[in-house]
Design a binder for this molecule. Sequence first.
Ligand code: SIN
Length: 524
Amino acid sequence: MQARHHTQVLVLGSGVAGLAAALAAAEAGAEVLVLSRAPDPGQTNTARAQGGIVFRGEQDSPQLLAADILAAGAGLGSPEAAHFLATEGPKAVEEWLVKRLRIPFDRRADGSLDLVLEAAHSVPRILHAADRTGAAIQEGLLRAVRKHPRVTLLAGYQAVDLLTTHHHSRRTVDRYSLENRCLGAYVLEVATNRVMTVFAAATVLATGGAGALYIHTSNHPGSIGSGLAMASRAGVRLLNLEFIQFHPTCLYVPGAPRFLITEALRGAGAKLVNEAGERFMKRYHPRAELAPRDVVARAIVDELHRTGAECVFLDLGGKGKELAQRFPTVAETCARYGIDIAGQRIPVVPGAHYTCGGVVSDLQGRTTLPGLYVAGEVACTGVHGANRLASTSLLEGLTFGLVAGRQAAAQAQAEPLEEDLRGAIPDWEPVPGPSNEDPALIAQDWSAIRHTMWNYVGIVRTRERLERAVADLRHQLVRLTQFYRTTPISASLVDLFHGCLAAGLIAEAARRNPTSVGCHYVVD
Ligand code: SIN
């Protein structure tokens, strides 16, 4: 890529939302550049999604699906957004995933799509590709993107900051113009530490959520809220950041990364037991293991505090062999750590799973900054409200990715970036001299952020914990900002800076909301 690069549509992120946006924009005639932070664009949160994607059940309707989505959102979801997703989502699944990309969803003996029932859904309406639904969708989308002549996909590029007329243009007229506009992004080439100026008439933020800001998470390590941080620095509106959904069961092997153990296992009969082998969920909720996700997560935390243990266990009882076949990804991953799920219990802890809030978006993926679109977990479309219904994340990423891509292409064609405006944007000013970056300090900073988020902005929150989190993160951010200004840029520094700001934004949103609702649970 050139040091100053120009494209019509820039997509940041290569999960379901980013790739759907890229395909839609390219089909609408735009030249698209997709950048992924990871060296392998297939390594995303999408690829980790074991559970399925909502489709359309036999006795189903958009009204019924929207009602389930809104009920899960604890009254804070937008009925308009939920109805839009419930109407457009299943159509997008049918057209793109089933017909065009031919994703290998599980089918019944008669060849029809196998629709499964999941917790809090009124009817069986979920499609699965065994327990690797997200990976199958990721692969299908990547194949299509790589084949498309108008899409360029580059891996190993990390967005540093969004370019805006108000913040970056040297032209006085732009500084005082009433309409601020996104002009693309400063982007770091991870392998060389060079920062490129990437201009785009429309930019789609699809950088995912923020689960990796927590010690335990089901998320890809790149989910550090980078899109939240960049949008906030550009003055874009964010909403509902306090609503972090925790998944009750992530594989717990000390020293190894956490890994989602799908709740379909509990649906299939797995029981939660403590170290002593006692089944404890009945003490917490009449539906025991099948209680709502956040109730189960809180019960596990309580059990861990009560017993002093590091984890609880999923006991598959006599069904181990059968379930190992039904859930091959879970079985293979556990086997990698010496756990044979056919006969052994699976050690689990809850983990941060989904960022329900994010960058505010309308039903066309538009943010409050003209020229900036958003899709997927980084967005707050209003669909999820205070909590997310299972198997709606891939659906939302696909549906809003497609609309955001179409809108971005339309804007790029109608309002191209003039050359003299581009000329008024300076290149990134590198800090000269040798790096004084210390890996031990960076590791310590990350550990502090993750402990602060887990202990103070976690599954169970108190006013005092949240006050402390905000104070600690603010202090850390001030120190990092000073350091950032005085040492040459690197990928690890940019990550840390993004992560610390995103953590601060989430903590502050949680501190400001004294009401327990959805997945924001404040005991006092
Ligand atoms: C799971 O499979 O347990 C997670 C599914 C989801 O979060 O939608």
